[in-house]
Design a protein around this ligand. Structure first.
Ligand code: RTP
Ligand code: MG
Length: 147
């Protein structure tokens, strides 16, 4: 079963959106396999966003993601990587459709509420950065036969 790394960014935590975001993925039919509220160190932030290290906004991005606690999560389900990205909406809230998380709650590119892995390779890499194997739960839900 596919897994993805999702993270409520510091703005989403400050704006009390953790519950709303968890609810959306639960109701969609995905399964939470790991979660924690945590502070991101500068080292971890730079590792996580390494693909953007040469971009002009890298410093601002690292400052933002380390500016307050994030809610780190691993979700599991069929096509969860792509579906979560669809549910998040476009990176720039100016382009994200109403009904998506960014479309409904974000107004600025730099504070766009949520992160989600963009490929199976990113998901594996990011889960490894934020979680140990012991922090992830493998379990069956009887309700899964209906979704
Ligand atoms: P994320 O990694 O945070 O889930 O967002 P994403 O995949 O939708 O977008 P990505 O291209 O990976 O960019 C990472 C974050 O950097 C900020 N950004 N700023 N100033 C700019 O031109 C710019 N471009 C991207 C955004 O906050 C984006 O979420
Ligand atoms: Mg990205």
């Amino acid at each position: 079963m596919e897994r993805t790394y999702l993270m409520v960014k510091p703005d989403g935590v400050q704006r009390n959106l953790i519950g709303e975001i968890v609810t959306r993925f639960e109701k969609k039919g995905f399964q939470l396999v790991g979660a924690k509220l945590m502070s991101v160190s500068e080292e971890t932030a730079k590792k996580h966003y390494a693909e953007h290290s040469e971009r002009p906004f890298f410093g601002e991005l690292v400052n933002f993601i380390t500016s307050g606690p994030v809610f780190a999560m691993v979700w599991e389900g069929e096509n969860v990587i792509k579906t979560a990205r669809t549910m998040m909406g476009a990176t720039n809230p100016a382009d994200s459709a109403p009904g998506t998380i960014r479309g409904d709650y974000a107004a600025q590119l730099s504070m766009n509420i949520i992160h989600g892995s963009d490929s199976p390779e990113s998901a594996e890499r990011e889960i490894g950065i934020f979680f140990t194997a012991e922090e992830l739960c493998e379990y069956e839900k009887a309700v899964n036969v209906w979704v």
